[in-house]
Design a protein around this ligand. Sequence first.
Ligand SMILES: [Zn+2]
Ligand SMILES: [Zn+2]
Length: 67
Amino acid sequence: MQCRMCGHTFDESEVEDHGCQGCGKGECNTIHCPNCGFGNTSKFDDEFKFIKSLKEKFSKKSNSSEK
Ligand SMILES: [Zn+2]
Ligand SMILES: [Zn+2]
């Protein structure tokens, strides 16, 4: 995956304990970038894809609307 903060590309499966060195969250669901320590969430990825697909649907609708 690619870090949203610094753009560093890394394999999240190779990051031990998600790279978390105690960010304060009880259960950390983020993958911390080994370069800058930013917590990247895979959930956000899914939401972003969902929003993107929605936008594509809307743009297709407006393009194909015949009045
Ligand atoms: Zn953490
Ligand atoms: Zn980073």
